[in-house]
Design a binder for this molecule. Sequence first.
Ligand code: FMN
Length: 185
Amino acid sequence: MSEWFETREGLFGQAVQRLSRGVADRRAPARHPTMATVNAAGLPEVRTVVLRAFDREAMTLDVHTDLRSTKMDGLAVKPNAAFHVWDAGGHLQMRLATSVAVLSSEQADDLWARVPDPSRQAYGVTPPPGSKIETALDYTKTPDPATFAVLRCRVESLDLLHLGTDHRRAVFERVTDWAGHWVSP
Ligand SMILES: Cc1cc2nc3c(=O)[nH]c(=O)nc-3n(C[C@H](O)[C@H](O)[C@H](O)COP(=O)(O)O)c2cc1C
């Protein structure tokens, strides 16, 4: 019997499963992807985020953030983000290239209603995220739906690298309906 990483379908299926697990399971590697954007000066920026939703059919993922955070300035100029997950248990690196849409305030309001209280604390800090402050705790948390943003990231391509006895790498693209092709690792 062949192992999942020996076929492109197997690799893709595992990536989808592991991304789904990231939403459901706080301890799953895909729970905390690294999200990369470019800033207004064209320079790369990365940060850890929480994977809030993954839609297998649409191949989109959701990230929640503060509308006034620095990443929003970069996304306004270049609405693309790359995500990276190293799933050590699966010996699988996942790299996702996405195009990013900021959901409307009506759509975000619906989702805000479902954000649990402790998580709401992350949206609505005064002064805004990234502002210079005199001492480390010179800020207040004021949960505010007006500063809550949902980034819907449409996966355009998925680059999967499996490090087993052999190394295997495949790239899957939306334009070819995720058919995928092998590439040299
Ligand atoms: C474990 C962890 C989870 C995080 N989750 C999020 C998140 O879901 N959304 C978010 O905007 N920032 C999150 N952050 C904070 C970001 O890493 C980052 O510090 C913040 O968003 C400001 O980034 P920016 O200045 O590039 O906008 C998280 C940080 C850590 C360490």
